[in-house]
Every structure is written in structure tokens, then in C-alpha cells.
Design a protein around this ligand. Structure first.
Ligand code: ADP
Ligand code: MG
Length: 331
């Protein structure tokens, strides 16, 4: 069982008031729904939200061979494939983030992710180039009239690891709304949405992990109708030729990201954007990443980065508001 305290984002304990909590393993992590109140209606709403996340996993997973995405991956290089609405919408959003991040966010990195997994030496030359030729969201053609997707190349493959959880959270929030829920938190790994406020207090308290110790809380943000997502290399990354390599790839080099960034936390109105942007900023690095945060309206964020002598520093956008546990973060 995964240690929930180790998650870089965690909902802090809320005051003793009736809450219903539902949890299920899904998408390689745990989905947790916490709703203010109690009773059958609330239990039903929580179950419906968790069902919705499971439904989206069956559409968007690239691990499940029978998912809609796997079907697209299998045949999208040969002919245009009609896809279900949810998959089409996630791909539309993915291409949007590809454009606004100058290619740093790219759902076609799947073959590169696989290339770097489980190997002793970094891929080079011809081997790397061949895989890179199949990477680039420009190779994905969407047709909005027919709802079809076509890959320009037989080896093109998509995975939605950096945006699918956010999309699933947003859909689950919609489900809670149809059940007239107005105070809840949906937590899917490192991507959360906070609906309304908890019964007591202003805003849901969400802990941001310390950049060097994911078990420690560096600060707390209080969120009302906001999403938050963190990207970082917290999971013990594996090593290739003695160098630590993380799970986020820089599509512009074909290599795992090797900049100074330790973690990125993004706060905005929807979980799809928070999920995608936290990954994009992680790839872009401190300067260009912060410029992206500043450029997109309604987005706030903080970047922790490695500094000299095993130290670290941080850069936050002007509107990023947190209560810091450690004074050194306060400006
Ligand atoms: P996590 O899902 O682990 O919390 P992210 O949201 O940052 O973290 O997504 C990372 C996942 O996205 C990777 O495991 C990989 O599957 C995929 N990925 C890696 N690099 C990129 C990239 N440059 N753009 C889009 N997706 C990526
Ligand atoms: Mg992400």
C-alpha cells in the first residue's frame, strides 16, 4: 500500500465535522473523494464520482489494451480513427498545451518514455533518432467535424500520464455538481480539486511538500473552487549510467529532464490545466517555466529548484498565496 503521507500534495486534517470519504485504487494511484456532510445521498455522490474516474481510466489508459486510447494507438498510424468524446477533448486540450509550452508538454513522448525505462546506458545516435522521429504533437491530426484522430507515422503513440488524471478530476467534479454537492475535495495522486470550502474555515488546506523531503510540509495553501497539481521527481528515479533519470522527458532533447527544478506546484481553475501546466513548467525550467505561469491568465504557481551546496531556492508567481511552515519561503 502506498504511503499517503508521502504524496507531495495532501489535504490537511479538517476540523471535526461530518465528512464522508471514499477511496479507490485507480490510474496507478489512489482516488479520494471527501464530501462535507453525511447520509445516503452523499455516499451515492462519492461513489458516482469514483465511478466516473474509473470510467475515464478505461477510456484514457495506455496500459489497458482494450481502452479507447490503446485502440487509437494501435491503428491511428494507418487510418483516421473515430474516438469517443472524452478522448477527443483530452487530445484537443493536450495539443493546446503543446502549443502554449512551445512543445515542452507533448503527449506523444510515449516511445521516449519506454526507451529510457530499464536500461543501463543512455540511448544514442540512430536508436535515439529513430524514436525521436515518431515524437511530436504536430504528428497528431484532429478532425473536429468527424471526431477522428490520425497519426502521421506508424510509430506515433500517445500516453496521457501528464494530463489524464487532471481531466478525470474535472469530470468527477461535474458529477458531484449534478449531485448538488458544493463542499468537497477530489484527490487523484498529485492532482486535486477543492470545491467550495470545508464546513469550518475558509478554503481547503492543502499541504505542499518540502522540496527535499516529500514527507515534510513546506507550506499550506487554502483553496476555494481551485485545482492544484504538483510535478516533481519524488519517486526514486532509476539511474542510467550512474545518473538519476526522472519520469518526465524533455521532448526537445529526447532525454529525461535535467534542469535544476525539484518540483512545480500550479494552482488554477481546472485540474486538467493544473496537471498539464505543472508538467510543462517542470520541463521548461525556472525562467521559462515562470514566464509560462505568468502568461496564462488565472494561473499561479511555485517552482522549487536545486541551488549550490545541496541547497534549494524557490520562485513563486505574484498571486501565489501560502502560509509557510518554514520562514525561509516567506518573502
Ligand atoms: P505524475 O503523473 O507522476 O504526477 P506528471 O503529471 O508530471 O506527473 O506526468 C508525468 C508523466 O507524463 C510521465 O510519467 C510520462 O508518462 C508523461 N510525460 C513525460 N514527459 C512528458 C512531457 N514532456 N509531456 C507530456 N507528458 C509527459
Ligand atoms: Mg501533469
Amino acid at each position: 500500500m502506498m504511503n499517503l503521507l508521502a504524496l507531495p500534495l495532501l489535504l490537511m486534517a479538517t476540523a471535526a465535522a461530518p465528512y464522508h470519504e471514499g477511496m479507490r485504487p485507480v490510474m496507478g494511484t489512489f482516488a479520494r473523494v471527501q464530501i462535507a456532510g453525511e447520509g445516503d445521498g452523499i455516499r451515492l455522490a462519492a461513489d458516482a464520482a469514483l465511478d466516473e474516474i474509473e470510467r475515464l481510466d478505461r477510456v484514457l489508459s495506455h496500459y489497458k489494451p482494450e481502452s479507447d486510447l490503446s485502440r487509437l494507438n494501435a491503428t491511428g498510424g494507418e487510418a483516421a480513427v473515430v474516438v469517443v468524446r472524452d478522448l477527443y477533448r483530452v487530445l484537443e486540450r493536450s495539443l493546446h498545451f503543446y502549443r502554449i509550452s512551445d512543445g515542452a508538454f507533448d503527449v506523444t513522448v510515449a516511445p521516449l518514455v519506454r526507451l529510457w525505462k530499464k536500461r543501463a546506458q543512455p540511448p544514442q545516435g540512430e536508436e535515439l533518432q529513430q524514436v525521436r522521429d515518431a515524437v511530436g504533437s504536430d504528428l497528431v491530426r484532429l478532425d473536429g467535424d468527424r471526431h477522428t484522430v490520425r497519426y502521421n507515422g506508424r510509430d506515433v503513440e500517445i500516453e496521457l500520464g501528464a494530463i489524464g488524471k487532471g481531466y478525470a478530476v474535472d469530470c468527477a467534479v461535474e458529477v458531484l455538481r449534478t449531485h448538488h454537492v458544493s463542499s468537497a475535495v477530489i484527490d487523484l495522486g498529485r492532482t486535486l480539486y477543492c470545491m467550495g470550502s470545508p464546513v469550518t474555515g475558509d478554503g481547503w488546506p492543502v499541504g505542499i511538500a518540502h522540496p527535499l523531503d516529500p514527507e515534510a510540509v513546506a507550506g499550506v495553501v487554502r483553496l476555494i473552487n481551485k485545482a492544484v497539481s504538483t510535478s516533481g521527481n519524488y519517486e526514486s528515479p532509476h539511474t542510467v549510467a550512474g545518473k538519476r533519470v526522472g519520469h518526465i522527458i524533455d521532448p526537445r532533447t529526447g532525454h529525461p529532464v535535467a534542469n535544476q527544478v525539484l518540483s512545480v506546484t500550479v494552482v488554477c481553475d481546472d485540474a486538467t490545466s493544473a496537471d498539464a501546466l505543472s508538467t510543462a513548467v517542470f520541463v521548461l525550467g525556472v525562467e521559462r517555466g515562470m514566464r509560462l505561469i505568468d502568461r496564462v491568465p488565472g494561473v499561479e504557481g511555485i517552482i522549487f529548484y536545486r541551488a549550490k551546496d545541496n541547497g534549494y531556492g524557490h520562485r513563486a508567481s505574484n498571486g501565489f498565496d501560502a502560509e509557510w511552515v518554514d520562514d525561509q519561503f516567506a518573502r
